[in-house]
Design a protein around this ligand. Structure first.
Ligand SMILES: C[S@@+](CC[C@H](N)C(=O)[O-])C[C@H]1O[C@@H](n2cnc3c(N)ncnc32)[C@H](O)[C@@H]1O
Length: 241
């Protein structure tokens, strides 16, 4: 059975538990060590934990890792996606298959991409934009585990500093309107989005950052992620046992 002490540095990257614990940047999240310490301090192994505002599911995840039965509810599909992925990521081989599927269909989206507003052409190169349109259209993330895992990973690496994500560098701030971004890029002369090969880029992330974390993870978490109606009616619940 895991304890905080046996896991080691929760903010570190040294094992599968800590790598997945902080998966998914999210706008309002508990510090991961806070989530773990509250669960450890105020509950026992086998207890039931409910987080009705689960966010990216740090507390649900902590409960699962520490041997509690955890239930989380989250209204924001992004939080739900990160949670469902970290609690029960699909096998990497299936994720890679789906990545190839949507990549192979990207050229069907060229005409649609051309019609997209200026923002998208300053934000993404053509390869990435057609790939993302294919992903949006073809990934059944509400019902298919591999698709949920893949789209979570795409979202994690969608934006970032130049070279770390698939988009043009944006100003680090909470929210920006389209026109704000367009003006910001133009003022800075950043009108060429980075050329990224999305297949190679995401494959590298799958092989690198998350490879070691994919096996064995399912056994470590005993959690149930509930969804609100709407998502729940089309969605799935993740339960390891
Ligand atoms: C502070 S965050 C949660 C942090 C989270 N407990 C953690 O461990 O990181 C609050 C969350 O509540 C969610 N939320 C707000 N209203 C909600 C509602 N009516 N039902 C479910 N979730 C809701 C928000 O989408 C947001 O993700």
């Amino acid at each position: 059975m895991h304890t905080i002490e046996s896991i080691g540095n929760l903010k570190g990257n040294s094992n599968a538990i800590t790598r997945w614990a902080t998966f998914g940047p999210y706008y309002a999240m508990f510090p991961i060590d806070f989530a773990f310490s509250v669960v450890e301090q105020y509950s026992k192994v086998g207890d039931y934990i409910l987080d009705p505002f689960a966010g990216r599911c740090s507390s649900v995840y902590a409960g699962g890792v520490l041997g509690r039965n955890s239930l989380g509810i989250e209204i924001n599909p992004l939080g739900w996606l990160y949670g469902t992925t970290k609690l029960s990521p699909a096998p990497k081989e299936l994720v890679v298959d789906r990545l190839a599927d949507i990549y192979n269909q990207r050229n069907d989206y060229k005409a649609q991409a051309e019609q997209m507003p200026e923002f998208y052409h300053l934000c993404f190169c053509d390869e990435v934009l057609t790939f993302l349109l294919s992903a949006r259209d073809n990934l059944k993330w509400q019902t298919e585990s591999a698709d949920a895992t893949l789209i979570s990973i795409l979202l994690v690496y969608l934006h970032g500093k130049l070279g770390e994500g698939m988009s043009n560098q944006m100003r680090q701030t909470k929210a920006m309107g389209y026109n704000y971004s367009i003006n910001w890029w133009k003022e800075k002369g950043m009108i060429e989005p980075p050329k990224v090969d999305p297949l190679r880029f995401i494959m590298q992330k799958l092989i690198g950052d998350t490879q070691k974390a994919f096996p064995n993870f399912r056994e470590k978490v005993q959690s149930l992620l509930a969804m609100l109606p709407g998502i729940a009616s089309n969605g799935r619940a993740s339960e390891s046992k």
